[in-house]
Design a protein around this ligand. Structure first.
Ligand code: HMG
Ligand code: MG
Length: 298
C-alpha cells in the first residue's frame, strides 16, 4: 500500500520563512533555495505574491525571482491569492502557482479577509487565467483538522471545500493541518471521506505542522493510504502568522529519515540537507527544531 516513491514538496522558503520576525536578506533566501535544489529537492515553494503588509517577510518576491537561477528539473511554485497576485506572478515568469483556501469561515476571514464562499469567487478567475497561461495550479486547504477559533472541523465540511477547489481546476489538493493538532486516525478518516466522495489519493497531498509532535505519525498514516506527495520544510521551520499557535512544518529531514527506513524513494541527499538546515539555523540565530537535524549533528 505504501507508494514506491514520494514527491517532497519543500515549503521551507515560503511557509518556513513567512513567520520569521526579522527580514531574511534576499541573498540568504537565494542561497537557501540553491542549496535545497543541490540537495536533490525538485519542488521548492519559493515565495508568495500576497499583500506585502500581510506578510512583510515575502515582500521581496519580485526581487527574489528576478535573481533566482532556476535549475533544470526543479519547479518553483509560488502562492497567489488573487488577481493582483497572479499579475505579479505572471510578470515574474513563474510556471506554477498555488491558491490557498480555508475549510473554515473564521480562518477565511483572518487569512484572506473574505468569507468561505467569497474565497472561491476570488480563486475562480485566478485559476482559469493561470491555466489558460499554461501554469500548473495547486490548491491548498487550511484548517482541515482543527481550527483555533472553531475547534474540530468535520470531515464532510473539509471534503466539500476541497472538492470545490479541484472542480475549479486545481490539479492537486494539499490538505493542511495548519495548527498541527491532527492525529493519525483523523487523517485516515479524512482521506477515506475524500475517497468516498470520488477524490482519489492521487490528487491529494498532505501538509502537516508539528505543534503537537504528530506530523510524522500523521504522514505515515497518509502514506499507508497511498498518498505520494508530502509537504515539509527543511529543518522544520515555519508557522502561519494568521493562525494562533501554529508552529513549524514537518521537518524534511525527519520525513527523509522515515522514507529511508521504509525503503520509499525520494531523491534527497540527507547529509547535504542537514548541512543546509544547520546553516539556515545559524542565519536565523536559533537551533533547528528537527530531531534528525540535531541527531546528525547539524
Ligand atoms: P485585502 O486587504 O482584502 O485586499 O487583502 P484588497 O483586495 O481589498 O486590496 C487592498 C489593497 O491591497 C489594494 O491596493 C490592492 O491592490 C492590494 P490599493 O488599491 O488599496 O492601493 N493588493 C495586493 N498587493 C500586492 N499583492 C497582492 C495584493 N492583493 C491586493 N496579492 C489579501 C486580501 C488576499 C490580499 C490578503 O488577505 C493577503 O495577502 N493574505 C495573505 C495571507 C497569507 O499569506 N497567509 C499565509 C499563507 S497561507 C498558509 O500559510 C497556510 C498553508 O501553509 C497551508 C496550511 O498550513 O494550512 C498554505
Ligand atoms: Mg502551512
Amino acid at each position: 500500500e505504501l507508494p514506491s516513491r514520494v514527491t517532497i514538496w519543500e515549503v521551507g522558503p515560503r511557509d518556513g520563512l513567512q513567520n520569521e520576525k526579522s527580514v531574511v536578506p534576499v541573498a540568504v533566501k537565494l542561497e537557501f533555495l540553491d542549496r535545497l535544489a543541490a540537495a536533490g529537492l525538485t519542488t521548492l515553494e519559493a515565495t508568495s505574491f500576497v499583500h506585502p503588509k500581510w506578510v512583510p517577510q515575502l515582500a521581496d518576491a519580485e526581487e527574489l525571482l528576478a535573481d533566482l537561477t532556476q535549475r533544470d528539473g526543479v519547479r518553483y511554485p509560488v502562492l497567489v491569492p488573487n488577481a493582483r497576485g497572479l499579475d505579479r506572478a505572471l510578470a515574474a515568469g513563474v510556471g506554477h502557482i498555488a491558491v490557498f483556501a480555508s475549510a473554515t469561515e473564521t480562518f477565511a476571514q483572518r487569512n484572506l479577509n473574505s468569507t468561505l464562499d467569497e474565497q472561491f469567487a476570488m480563486f475562480e478567475p485566478v485559476i482559469t487565467r493561470a491555466r489558460a497561461e499554461g501554469l500548473e495550479v495547486r490548491g491548498y486547504l487550511s484548517m482541515c483538522f482543527g481550527d483555533p477559533w472553531e475547534g474540530a472541523v468535520p470531515a464532510a465540511q473539509v471534503a466539500r471545500a476541497g472538492t470545490r477547489l479541484l472542480e475549479l481546476g486545481c490539479s492537486e489538493l494539499s490538505l493542511g493541518d495548519t495548527i498541527g493538532v491532527a492525529t493519525a486516525g483523523q487523517v485516515e478518516r479524512l482521506l477515506d471521506t475524500f475517497t468516498e466522495n470520488g477524490v482519489g489519493v492521487g490528487s491529494l497531498a498532505v501538509h502537516f505542522h508539528d505543534t503537537y509532535g504528530q506530523a510524522l505519525t500523521n504522514t505515515l498514516a497518509a502514506l499507508r493510504r497511498g498518498v505520494s506527495t508530502v509537504d515539509s520544510s527543511a529543518g522544520g521551520l515555519g508557522g502561519c502568522p494568521y493562525a494562533e499557535s501554529a508552529t513549524g512544518n514537518l521537518a524534511t529531514e525527519d520525513l527523509v529519515w522515515l522514507l529511508d527506513g521504509l525503503g520509499v524513494g525520494h531523491g534527497v541527499d540527507l547529509d547535504a540537507l542537514v548541512a543546509t538546515s544547520a546553516w539556515m539555523a545559524e542565519q536565523l540565530g536559533r537551533p533547528s527544531p528537527s530531531r534528525v537535524v540535531r541527531a546528525l549533528g547539524g
